[in-house]
Design a protein around this ligand. Structure first.
Ligand code: PBG
Length: 326
C-alpha cells in the first residue's frame, strides 16, 4: 500500500481554508435585475410562472429599484409591457416618449439616478401585435432592414429618456452598428450598448412570455440562434464587437456555459450572461416541492455562470442574492 504524497484534500478541510482558496466569488455589483413595468397597473401583479417576480406599477417599480440599489445591485434592465390596445403592427408604442418603457426609464432615472446602471430592452416584441421582435414583410417573415430603422429611433428615444445603456435583444443583422450610429448622431455617444450577441431560440423563455404578455405564435428561429451552434455564436460576437458593442451577452446562461467560456477567451469587452425565466422557474418549482435546497442552488448556478466567464449576470434573484451576500 502506498500513500499519496500530494493531498488536495488538505485545502478543503476547514471553512477558512476553503474560503482562502475560493476561485470564484459572486458579488452584488455584477448582478443586474430585470424588471417588468406594466402600463395601467395601480398595484403590482404576480407572474404565476415566475413566483416572486411581478409586473410592476410605476410606483412599485420605483420601490423595487430603490431596494435593488440599496442592496448594491450593479444594474437594472427594464422591460415595458403596454396595454394590449397599445400594440400595433410596427410596435410604435416603443418609440413614443410617452410609451410605457420610456416612461419607466425616466421613472428609474428619477429614482436612482447614477447610483446604478439603468438599462432598457431594445426590442419590439412587447410592442407588436404579432409579438415578433421586428416588423413583418409581406410574406410574414421578419424584415431585418425595416426593423433596423425602427431600432435606431427606439435607441434614441430610450437614450433621450435617460437610459445609461440600451440592450438590443432582437438578433437582427447589423443592429449594433445601426444603433451605435444613431445614438452618436443624436448626441448620445455616452450611451452604451449591451449586445445580446448570442441569443438562442431555445425553450427557456416560456415564463418571460407570460411576464410580457407575449402574443407570439410560432417561434423566433429565423432570427435567434440554433441551440446546437457554438461557432456561429463567435461569429455573432465578432460582428457585434466590430459594430461597437460595449458588452456582449449570452442567453440563456446555464445551458450555454461552453458558449460563455469560448466568448470570454475571444473578446476583450466584458461578457454578460442572462439567467433567463425558465432557469429561474425550474429552480423555484423544484424548491417549492422540497426537492432541492433553493438558496444553495441559486448561488451555485450564479457561481458557475461566473466561473464559465461571465463578468455580469442578469438574474431575477439579483436583489435577494445581493442582500444575502452583504
Ligand atoms: C425579447 C426577449 C426575450 C427575453 C428577453 N428579451 C424573450 C424572447 O426572446 O422570446 C427572455 C428573458 C427571459 O426568459 O427571462 N425581447
Amino acid at each position: 500500500m502506498s500513500y499519496p504524497d500530494i493531498r488536495p484534500r488538505r485545502l478543503r478541510r476547514t471553512p477558512a481554508l476553503r474560503r482562502l482558496v475560493e476561485e470564484t466569488r459572486v458579488s452584488p455589483a455584477e448582478l443586474v435585475l430585470p424588471l417588468f413595468l406594466k402600463e395601467g397597473l395601480t398595484e403590482p401583479r404576480p407572474i404565476s410562472s415566475l413566483p416572486g417576480v411581478v409586473q410592476h406599477s410605476r410606483e412599485s417599480l420605483r420601490k423595487a429599484a430603490h431596494e435593488a440599489v440599496s442592496a448594491g445591485v450593479g444594474g437594472l434592465m427594464l422591460f415595458g409591457v403596454p396595454e394590449s390596445g397599445n400594440k400595433d403592427e410596427t410596435g410604435s408604442a416603443g418609440l413614443d416618449p410617452e410609451g410605457i418603457l420610456n416612461v419607466g426609464i425616466r421613472d428609474l432615472i428619477a429614482e436612482v439616478g447614477d447610483d446604478t446602471v439603468v438599462m432598457s430592452d431594445l426590442c419590439l416584441d412587447e410592442f407588436t401585435s404579432h409579438g415578433h421582435c421586428g416588423v413583418l414583410a409581406k410574406d410574414g417573415s421578419v424584415d431585418n432592414d425595416a426593423t433596423l430603422e425602427i431600432y435606431a429611433e427606439m435607441a434614441v428615444a430610450q437614450a433621450a429618456a435617460g437610459a445609461h445603456m440600451v440592450g438590443p435583444s432582437g438578433m437582427m443583422d447589423g443592429q449594433i452598428g445601426v444603433i451605435r450610429k444613431a445614438l452618436d448622431k443624436a448626441g448620445y455617444s455616452d450611451t452604451s450598448v449591451l449586445a445580446y450577441s448570442a441569443k438562442y431560440a431555445g425553450a427557456f423563455y416560456g415564463p418571460f412570455r407570460e411576464a410580457v404578455e407575449s402574443t407570439l405564435e410560432g417561434d423566433r428561429r429565423q432570427y435567434q440562434q440554433d441551440p446546437p451552434n457554438l461557432r456561429e455564436a463567435l461569429r455573432e460576437v465578432d460582428l457585434d464587437v466590430a459594430e461597437g458593442a460595449d458588452i456582449v451577452m449570452v442567453k440563456p446562461a446555464l445551458a450555454y456555459l461552453d458558449v460563455i467560456a469560448a466568448i470570454r477567451d475571444r473578446v476583450t469587452v466584458p461578457v454578460a450572461a442572462y439567467q433567463v425565466s425558465g432557469e429561474y422557474a425550474m429552480v423555484e418549482a423544484a424548491a417549492a416541492n422540497g426537492w432541492i435546497d433553493r438558496d444553495r442552488v441559486i448561488i451555485e448556478s450564479l457561481t458557475s455562470i461566473k466561473r464559465a466567464g461571465a463578468q455580469i449576470t442578469l438574474t431575477y434573484w439579483a436583489t435577494e442574492v445581493a442582500q444575502k451576500l452583504r
